[in-house]
Ligand binder design. Structure first.
Ligand code: ADP
Ligand code: F6P
Length: 470
């Protein structure tokens, strides 16, 4: 039986369900796949070491084996803070204004990908399936191929893929994309990001895309497809019905004393459109004085990537904006925005979602956005809240029954907030029912099964038979 080897920048070991900020659906789904397939999850420990040794810290927790390495400060600076989060992340989120091109970042990225390849190679057996995740590790597959690895290898990108005209601003973009063609399966969140990738292959590399999505390159056949990720629906709904969720729900409800709650839950990242969201809410307060004292925005935003200047900047901007808006609209017994910078256990989070009449999910660009799906899963079907969702989130393609908005238009978002807060119960139920069906049916287990099936079944070439992977 083939094993599954998962490789990602961060490794999430199983934790207690109540732990603060405990792992989300992705970690849960991958952990269960690894448990079923006796697999290994390999990545960076998140720890720093003075000098890189390649020492593997192997652990077995709850039936899952993890193998992690520590990285040197220079690696973390050039690979993680640098190329991954100051070059690729902004570029992939269409922010070329924030994209930094630095030769050291590129060199550090290649060095760390090679370190990943050298460290994980001895753990991989001949029949294992290798599944690499995200923009941190795009060239890893080609480095493993250079070492003679013939295994089936797949890559899944959790972020958007930018249009060709933006991507070509990246020095050595050809080298980066070419290196991705060492994988057998390349997965994207949506047809839109897939389309941009295929456009690049056609226009910049002159490759032909078959009707089956297969591409031939240097004698190998590669398939690129969309595999929209979902949440762990079963785990999340169970959490939403737990006593911890009920307690969080009741406490939050009591604290707002009858006002309606709009909730936002996002890593503190400029791609999430938090500044525009706050301003849209401020516009709503200004335009609707009769409703202003009846609504409160709860924004939960744990800090993220705090060593990167653009993240420090967004944090400062939001603090300033919150102070300004609260100063302009607060009363002695009323503060319109509650802005909280911390993580919560998932069950508490589910209780907060359930307490909120409106889920406000307005990223400027997002690969998928799982918060939108969690909000829907946490609602009570007989009295559900309304989801306001950015048209620029990957999730919008599956969630057309949300109120879709352009997050750049303060007027549009402000008017949609008014509509959501006043939506009749019948319409709320009808919209929620359809949203819930897609969140339930296209969950993270479905996503993982579809990807592994494509990886194992080799849609562009020889089939490996049915029974090797359970
Ligand atoms: P991204 O991967 O860009 O952070 P997603 O919306 O796809 O965006 O996923 C974010 C995940 O992080 C969700 O599962 C969400 O519940 C979780 N999360 C975000 N903020 C918090 C928080 N304050 N406490 C606990 N979990 C959080
Ligand atoms: O979804 C994008 C992503 O980079 C994930 O890969 C990661 O788990 C999450 O955002 C949090 O980012 P970071 O690992 O940089 O804290």
């Amino acid at each position: 039986m083939s094993r599954l080897i998962v490789i990602s920048n961060r490794v999430s070991v199983p934790k207690a369900a109540g732990a603060a900020g405990a792992q989300g659906g992705l970690a849960v789904a991958l952990n269960s796949a690894l448990r079923e397939n006796r697999g290994i999850w390999f990545g960076w420990s998140g720890q720093e070491t003075e000098e890189f040794t390649g020492h593997l810290d192997m652990q077995r927790n709850d039936g899952v084996t993890t193998a992690t390495i520590d990285l040197e400060p220079q690696d973390i600076e050039e690979y993680y803070n640098g190329y991954a989060n100051r070059t690729l992340w902004p570029l992939f989120h269409y922010r070329i204004d924030l994209t930094e091109y630095d030769r050291n970042f590129g060199e550090g990225y290649e060095r760390v990908n090679r370190r990943f390849a050298d460290s994980v190679r001895p753990l991989i057996d001949q029949d294992d399936l290798v599944w690499v995740h995200d923009y941190h590790l795009l060239p890893l597959g080609s480095m493993l191929r250079t070492q003679g690895m013939k295994n089936r290898m797949g890559l899944f990108l959790h972020t958007p893929w930018p249009p060709t005209r933006l991507l070509v601003s990246l020095p050595f973009h050809e080298r980066l994309v070419e290196s991705m063609l060492a994988y057998d399966v390349i997965g994207f969140q949506t047809e839109e990001w897939l389309g941009s990738f295929l456009h690049y292959l056609e226009k910049e590399m002159g490759l032909e895309i078959g009707a089956d999505g297969c591409v031939e390159y240097q004698g190998r056949r590669i398939v690129a497809r969309a595999f929209p990720i979902g949440i762990d629906f079963a785990e999340f709904t169970e959490g939403a019905n737990s006593p911890e969720a009920a307690e969080a729900h009741d406490k939050l409800k009591a604290s707002v004393r009858g006002r309606k709650i709009l909730i936002g839950v996002d890593r503190l990242d400029y791609s999430k459109g938090l500044g525009e969201r706050f301003e849209s809410f401020s516009r709503f307060l200004a335009d609707n004085p009769e409703e202003a004292s009846k609504a409160v925005l709860l924004q939960i935003a744990p800090p993220s990537r705090g060593d990167v200047a653009s993240y420090q900047q967004i944090r400062e901007d939001l603090e300033r904006k919150t102070g300004h808006i609260n100063g302009a609209h607060a009363d002695v017994a009323f503060v319109p925005i509650r802005y909280v910078n911390r993580g919560y256990p998932r069950r508490q989070l589910a209780g907060f979602y359930r307490a909120a009449e409106v889920g406000l999910v307005t990223p400027l660009r997002d690969g998928m956005n799982l918060v939108a799906k969690e909000y829907v899963a946490a609602q009570k079907p007989d009295n559900p809240g309304v989801l306001i969702l950015s048209q620029f989130a990957g999730a919008a393609l599956q969630m057309e029954d949300a109120l879709l908005v352009n997050p750049h238009s303060l007027e549009h978002v402000s008017e949609t907030i008014k509509l959501a807060l006043n939506m009749p119960i019948a319409e709320r139920r009808a919209r929620h029912e359809k949203l819930l069906a897609s969140v339930r049916d296209e969950d993270v287990v479905h996503w993982r099964e579809q990807f592994v099936k494509a990886l194992f079944g080799s849609p562009c070439g020889t089939d490996h038979g049915e029974d090797a992977l359970a």
